[in-house]
Design a protein around this ligand. Structure first.
Ligand code: NDP
Length: 453
């Protein structure tokens, strides 16, 4: 760690002592920005890094609601409006019991760089609640969403802050949130993305993050003149991102052998084909059930429970070529990274946000594999959210092909930016530096132009 990074991080730690995920995300970016500061003292003297790590606004609120038994429940709601230098705040809402300020600040911070990389005019934000939608009835989820929006609506708007989905927030939740916003404001605007197709949503938005992570990996493979044909892939998670990652991998000739949820993972040596993927979608999206049921239908597949506090996750310890972590933060630690490398994995494309620990990232970079960090590889989701905003403003929907073509072009451009920036700042092939530097420069220049605000 350079002197600049260690003294900078010491200050950030002192100010945010209990925010370990946020500190992790900042440290990784600071390492890359140190390279820019060496050549461009104007960013250092304007204290861009010191400013960019402080949210422009942080909103925290009470969310009371009544469960089906008539008991009162109270959750916490948050919205972090991180940076609006290049556009309205944009970023998802996460509903999960683990949600706290550290997790949302890390997500909002990463979002600033990711959104900048898409080259669309969108700033960065993130929000959510410690509410757990698992096991709740539709009515309970609706009452919670209505209560959440009864406060959030004051702070958002199509030109101010445009939330979307994330873990625990899919089409159902976006529908309830949008309905309540519309009722309170008496206006039909593109204030949320990920909307239903019949009321302002964009084609390809549900698919975008997973498809984008695969398109990004395909671009990385192209640098070695390779394709997905015949490659074995490990995928974690079984939610939105995992499902459409598998979908696109099947399209492009890859063989996916794993899928998981927070209780464990399924290994299917024969590969997950389209019929099996349809079953996963039914299981997770309609029946809201657990992934181990897959092995009741497909008897050759094996389910292994995973203990989150174990030294390593056995999902990452299978022979494969590619890995697509698509569940949650820090799901690949140093041991998992070593196992992946030992088993022949040389392509990692992160559908999830910050799924690899700092130690794990170091192993990937030292090994010189094709490693696409989340803020570049999973930017397809927010990119199509940006396209949904454009369609809403024009009140004109685009076709599936048009949106998919734009998504492919955006992922190609992000890949190109990463490669060029990594080269220009002396670390060829390092997509982490490439993404951090590429994302930083655009926001930093906008902040310089706009003065000390
Ligand atoms: P979903 O809620 O649809 O699915 C999340 C999946 O990850 C589920 O299989 C869930 O299992 C699993 N999971 C969640 N938390 C944990 C945990 N602590 N340990 C193990 N498994 C866990 O979310 P998404 O697919 O939308 O999001 C997945 C990741 O992708 C997140 O990191 C998110 O931030 C990131 N992302 C999502 C985007 C989007 O457009 N949706 C855009 C960019 C990034 P279970 O069912 O047991 O909870």
């Amino acid at each position: 760690m350079s002197d600049f990074v260690s003294s900078f991080m010491a200050e950030v730690k002192e100010k945010n002592p209990h925010e370990k995920e946020f500190l992790q995300a900042v440290e990784e970016v600071a390492e890359s920005v140190a390279r820019i500061y060496d050549r461009h003292p104007e960013y250092r003297s304007a204290k861009i890094l010191e400013r960019i790590i402080e949210p422009e606004r942080l909103i925290m609120f009470r969310v009371p609601w009544m469960d089906d038994q008539g008991d009162i429940q109270i959750n916490r709601g948050f919205r972090i409006e991180m940076n609006s230098a290049i556009g309205p705040y944009k970023g998802g809402l996460r509903f999960h019991p683990s949600v706290n300020l550290s997790i949302l600040k890390f997500l909002a911070f990463e979002q600033v760089f990711k959104n900048s990389l898409t080259s669309l005019p969108i700033g960065g934000g993130k929000g959510g609640s410690d509410f757990d939608p698992k096991g709740k009835s539709d009515n309970e989820v609706m009452r919670f969403c209505q209560s959440f929006m009864s406060e959030l609506y004051r702070h958002i708007g199509p030109n101010t802050d445009v939330p979307a989905g994330d873990i625990g927030v899919g089409g159902r939740e976006i529908g309830f949130l949008f309905g309540q916003y519309k009722k309170l404001k008496n206006e039909f605007t593109g204030v949320l993305t990920g909307k239903g197709l019949k009321w302002g949503g964009s084609l390809i938005r549900p698919e975008a993050t997973g498809y984008g992570a695969v398109y990004f990996a395909a671009e990385m493979l192209k640098t070695r003149k390779e394709t997905f044909e015949g490659k074995t892939c490990l995928v974690s998670g079984s939610g939105n991102v995992a499902q459409y990652t598998i979908d696109k991998l099947i399209d492009l000739g890859g063989k996916v052998v794993t899928v998981s949820d927070s209780s464990g993972y399924v290994y299917d040596e024969e590969g997950i084909n389209r019929k099996k993927l349809d079953y996963i979608m039914e299981l997770k999206n309609l029946r809201r059930s657990r992934i181990h049921e897959y092995t009741e239908k497909y008897k050759n597949a094996v389910f292994t429970p995973v203990n989150p506090s174990a030294d390593y996750n056995p999902l990452w310890n299978h022979k494969a070529d590619c890995a697509f972590p698509s569940a949650t933060q820090n799901e690949i630690n140093g041991n998992d990274a070593k196992n992946l490398l030992k088993n022949g994995v040389y392509v990692v494309s992160e559908g999830a946000n910050m799924p690899t620990t700092i130690d794990g990232v170091k192993h990937f970079l030292d090994a010189g594999i094709l490693y696409g960090p989340g803020k570049a590889a999973n930017a397809g989701g927010v990119a199509v959210s940006g396209l949904e905003m454009s369609q809403n403003s024009m009140r004109l929907p685009w076709t599936r092909e048009e949106v998919d073509n734009r998504l492919q072009m955006i992922m190609k451009n992000i890949h190109q930016t990463c490669v060029e920036m990594a080269d220009r700042f002396g670390t060829p092939g390092n997509y982490v530096n490439g993404a951090n530097i590429g994302g930083f420069l655009k926001v930093a220049d906008a902040m310089l132009d706009q003065g000390l605000v």
